[in-house]
Design a protein around this ligand. Structure first.
Ligand SMILES: CNc1ncnc2c1ncn2[C@@H]1O[C@H](COP(=O)(O)O)[C@@H](O)[C@H]1O
Ligand SMILES: [Zn+2]
Length: 351
């Protein structure tokens, strides 16, 4: 009798929505705390455990604490390598990591060095033979405004051309209650014209209808969360219709949304709505460290909540390949990997 945990760990998976500093495991947090005892940071300040919930605002406080712990090149290298290896151990074959470049005059960190360090971690994991293909999305934190956003786009453009295909796109994230998407339109438009793919957090909270309406016209290449797309009415065409017309895949993160209280319970998660429409949906973790989860756990949770079979979950993980920002040759390789693993993983007897 196949154990469900084992099945979901062995299921080959694609992770497309993972914030680097939100993905730091408690083991890595231990190492960081040991490096910086003077900060007096406790474990309870960096993670939201099972059964616990926080407002989204409180979640953003947690990131500030983690950022204090991760403020040198050495920290970033360690964090990125640990996170990549943890995803690989969890059966993730292809990962798109995202992170906001930070500078810190105290440690001498620059935004360019920040990105170079993450790319260095990706390279080292590859050299060490870690069985995972990793790409990077440069993140814009909406809190930092339009000017910084444009700077970030320029940085991303540089790396897109010099990183051997590792930097593939841009993310718009950060506290959704801060700022307005219209301020980021010029930067996002420029990025898109320059060939960067766009993964945008959209309608993570209610009251973002105007912004989503505007940003959906870009259109983005993928949408993070889209929790309130369904209920917010647009002016002319509904937001749902716009998303469907452009066939923009959704990155859906069950635990993140429930623990962050933008979705009242797992069974009310908008996954089911979009899945039933036959719309491309990719299950993701968002912040596996902060929300104490893993991608295999998220797949298992979706399966148990919505009563989906192993075959259905296999299809979901396979369809995610088509939603990656990887070049066609990589997508074909991944399809090959899925095909090779299928008989062994799927056809072992279930419960
Ligand atoms: C919970 N839902 C969410 N909504 C919006 N943005 C989020 C997020 N979770 C994480 N981030 C974004 O990712 C940063 C941490 O990783 P990096 O320092 O970039 O690696 C946060 O500061 C925030 O900007
Ligand atoms: Zn996110």
């Amino acid at each position: 009798m196949g154990d469900e945990n084992d099945f979901y760990r062995q299921l080959p998976k694609v992770e497309l929505h993972a914030h680097l500093n939100g993905s730091v495991s408690s083991e890595t947090i231990d190492k960081l705390i040991a490096r910086k005892p003077h900060l007096n940071i406790q474990h309870s300040m960096t993670a939201i455990r099972s059964g616990q919930r926080r407002t989204l605002e409180e979640c953003f406080q947690v990131f500030k604490v983690i950022h204090q712990l991760v403020d040198t090149e050495e920290d970033i290298l360690m964090v990125a390598k640990d996170v990549i290896k943890e995803f690989a151990d969890d059966g993730v074959k292809y990962l798109e990591l995202r992170s906001t470049p930070r500078e810190d005059p105290k440690t001498g960190m620059t935004k360019r060095r920040y990105v170079e360090t993450v790319l260095g971690a990706i390279r080292q994991c590859k050299e060490e033979g870690v069985d995972i293909d990793v790409r990077f999305l440069v993140a814009i934190d909406r809190r930092n405004g339009a000017e910084v956003a444009m700077e970030t786009v320029r940085l991303a453009e540089d790396f897109m051309l010099s990183s051997d295909g590792v930097v593939v796109g841009l993310d718009l994230s950060g506290d959704p209650t801060v700022g307005h998407g219209r301020d980021f339109l010029p930067a996002l438009q420029r990025a898109k014209n320059g060939g960067l793919k766009l993964a945008l957090h959209l309608s993570e909270v209610s009251s973002q209808a105007d912004e989503s309406e505007l940003l959906l016209d870009l259109p983005p290449d993928r949408i993070g969360h889209g929790t309130f797309l369904r209920t917010e009415a647009g002016d002319t065409e509904s937001l749902v219709e716009k998303v469907r017309r452009n066939n923009v895949p959704l990155e859906l993160c069950l635990t993140s949304n429930v623990k962050g209280q933008t979705v009242p319970s797992y069974d009310k998660h908008h996954f089911l709505y979009w899945y039933k429409l036959g719309h491309p949906c990719v299950i993701c973790t968002d912040d596996k460290g902060v929300f104490c989860t893993s991608l295999s756990q998220e797949y298992q949770l979706a399966a148990s909540t919505f009563d989906l079979s192993r075959e259905v979950m296999w299809d979901l993980s396979q369809k995610a390949i088509g939603c990656t920002f990887a070049p066609l040759s990589v997508k074909e390789q991944l399809e090959q990997t899925w095909a090779e693993l299928k008989p062994r993983v799927l056809q072992t007897p279930g419960p």
